[in-house]
Ligand binder design. Sequence first.
Ligand SMILES: Nc1ncnc2c1ncn2[C@@H]1O[C@H](COP(=O)(O)OP(=O)(O)OP(=O)(O)O)[C@@H](O)[C@H]1O
Ligand SMILES: [Mg+2]
Length: 511
Amino acid sequence: MTADPTAPGPPAVELRGITKTFPGVVANHDVDLEVRAGEVHAVCGENGAGKSTLMKILYGMQRPDSGTIAVRGEQVKFRSPADAIKSGIGMVHQHFMLADNLTVLENVVLGLPGRFDPAAARTRIGELSARYGLGVDPDRLVEQLGVGERQRIEILKVLYRGARVIILDEPTAVLVPQEVDELFGNLAGLRAEGLTVLFISHKLDEVIRVADRITVLRQGTTVTTVEAGSVTTAQLAHLMVGGDLPTPETRESTVRDEVTLGVRDLSVRSDAGRDLLSGVGLSIRAGEVVGIAGVEGNGQAELVEALLGTRPIATGAVTLAGEDITAWPTSRRREAGIGYIPEDRQRQGLLLTQPLWENRILGHQTRPPSSRGVFISRRGARKDTERIVAEFGVKTPGVDVPAFALSGGNQQKLVVGRELSGSPKLLVAAHPTRGVDVGAQALIWDKLRDARAAGLAVLLVSADLEELLGLSDTLKVMLRGRIVATLDPATVTPAELGEYMTGVATQEATP
Ligand SMILES: Nc1ncnc2c1ncn2[C@@H]1O[C@H](COP(=O)(O)OP(=O)(O)OP(=O)(O)O)[C@@H](O)[C@H]1O
Ligand SMILES: [Mg+2]
């Protein structure tokens, strides 16, 4: 797919010489980006390379220290996103910003100035939905929608405001492969209608598949812009890191005899009495990784919450290293050796306004190095944070900066480093490499394998099939709150797995 270079007219967007500094960090340095009208343009680069900062500048959320922005050949200065929207630029953030208890229609019109005409809004949503193939029902409640659908609402919301240039910051991080295909179908629809798409992703095969051209950023500056058809994933990775990628090592089983986690007949019901989790049973032995595959919203989140003790259960029992922990509060479970990488690092994993070293303490208040006796040890926490920063390659000017100052992928590395600290017995890992670049992903996988070899039991929930197949010793598929299949990751193909996840293929009920 190549945009016609002979097409008349100026670029949809042209950024020149953009520089933006934060205390101790140059996020963008003399960045150039030219986006042609009607193309899908991807922006790639390592965690902390400056991608989100550049997009926020284009969307008027942040102001550059220097540099210029032109939209369709005309220079603009944005003071706020409202200004950007007036120039036809819209952005969908990685963390969705929809109100759960409102309908799709209410969410789309939320915050718009002027008098609200529901009939006109419904017609317009219907038209946009049909025109771009979004399949949106204006009267559904947002809380009933899956991630893929929510993302389409966010896109529709941006289209509704008249955007001609749509920025998507890591839209596929939360999607399973089937949903990625749907999204790419939608993007093709937008492109066919002459819209321009700016797309950020760490999944290089995806980038090459969906983009017309790719701009690579490294350490805050533009390396090059290439035609997507002219590069391989390996070449792209090389451009990003300026060197070769570590290759994932092969591995052998480290599964031991002791059962670390035992789950029997676990059920969770919604407030309305609906079954969210029904009769789930599984066990994870020391040194074993059990992967949970499934389309998001099929009970994975409830399973994780039930194991952590943050959600009441209707039936069932949970054991940790032989001890019944079903009635234990979360703090006691954590102290007993359950590490936890939450699916939403910003809402559940970090205190964004607090410094990194305080975040090291979070969830680990009562254990060294965060504590000495009953006291919090600042020194111990700071020192150990420095260790994590070094070991996991967290890009930061120091351990005193607030967590919000880290790029998304670097926040994730910090959380993973913290949760692997202090030799946990069990790690409940939800999307452990969500939003990290390919190099950091390989590093985190290696760390998880090392911990597993040392006897860690891991429950791995992930939307990334490569990760599930590559790390798991056993694979379970969840559908509508039940475990519907148990598969061998060494032999199952991604296509077969997809069929179990969507209920096309079924197995005899597993006990
Ligand atoms: N509000 C802020 N305050 C201080 N530093 C910031 C702020 N926002 C970003 N930075 C820093 O700017 C640099 C670029 O961050 P940015 O979020 O643009 O990276 P990114 O390329 O989007 O990375 P990722 O792939 O991890 O999302 C990072 O070093 C980050 O720590
Ligand atoms: Mg980012």
